[in-house]
Design a protein around this ligand. Sequence first.
Ligand code: TYD
Ligand code: MG
Length: 446
Amino acid sequence: MAKRNTLFVCQNCGVAQPKWLGRCPSCQSWDTMVEEPAGPARRGRTSAPVKLTPLTMALERPEVRQRTGLPELDRVLGGGLVAGMVVLVGGEPGIGKSTLMLQAAQSLGGDGGRVLYVAAEESARQIGLRAQRLGLAGRGVELLADTALEPIAQAMAQGGYHAVVVDSIQALKSDELASAPGAVGQVRHCAAELAGAAKAAGCALFLVGHVTKEGALAGPRVLEHLVDTVLYFESEPSLSLRLLRAVKNRFGATDEVGVFEMGEAGLAGVSNPSAHFLAHRPASAPGSAVCAAMSGTRPLLVEVQALVSPSGLAMPRRQALGVDQGRLHMLTAVLAIHAGLDLGGHDVFVNVTGGVRLSEPAADLAVAAAIASSLANRPLPAKTVCFGEVGLAGELRAVGRSAARMAEAQRQGFGQVLTAPGKTAAPADLELLSADRLDQALALLW
Ligand code: TYD
Ligand code: MG
């Protein structure tokens, strides 16, 4: 491929310079010049008609999902892979991205597919050792240990792959740019070229990207708009769990979470995360409530903890982890006004265990119950699950997916559920308590 000229473009104002400069001569910002190819070679306009696709034609071909064989991965992908889908898998070094990708590659390859695994950071031998450790058969997976973009794109164009894994995008280098691997310009250019190659070949593409604690400049952030799906792999140290979250997905919901456990033989999907999240629950301690939350399409029981302690501060503290800070302020106000709780002289800390983030209002009742329990220094009934939205007037509101939440409570061996009045009947063996108002609900708990 003929070497194109490159330009250094300010990421702040867009001004282009032939040489790298530490400070943009136009907008004066520092360290914003990034190398980019100087535009594609100019092609003459052809008189060929522009090809359009009628929507009716597009409708006739519903998307076919290819399952990866790892149910927790399929869940966050929105049900499986779509041809030409580009997925960015981000996470801190050592979290298990390579392990996950190799397991997915084997699962797809062993299922009769052909998978290309580009090892840009490790040698083929290192990948082989990992595969051995994971007990993989190796069938259907081809390795390419290279860091140059062009041969990878060529291999993809030769075709026949169902999926391609590039581990990692930060280790790739294109001949067209002079900057080092990992530089913003390189990462973006390589990702764009590979995404184009994947769309042309109709294969799914996984790009692995490292994020550092500081959220590194050349990390996955600069790629998010280039790809269809962004998954982040995070750890939950206290539970030895790994959570795979979708933060962007053109082919599915973004509130799905895949749960894995790292063991001797690699990553194993956790099909019953509720049990993990509740495993260390001090059931007889005040300030602990169980919430039936929805994590995407999956109901999840999580423990909400509150600690209410006398405060010496003029403005007592309200600290939330795993629930929205503003929501906590609102709930403490509602508890004070409508349930008569004396929180004015108390600090309130709320935490959702297991690193789970509860973003839905359905968690309100459990948060309120945990706070009331801690203030009263009385444990909540051990076998009760709460869910429901709390309104500013102190009313309790019904939330969606009640049946799924109740079914999960019953499945995990709880005997009672407390929520707002609704149309959903509780399953057998599960006692349904409902209240119109928050103060009534709290009274029912004791
Ligand atoms: P790795 O997938 O290399 O992480 P990343 O690609 O995100 O940098 O592996 C991460 C860690 O997982 C590593 O410290 C070793 C550990 N591990 C296991 O505990 N069990 C296993 O079977 C494998 C393959 C790795
Ligand atoms: Mg790795």
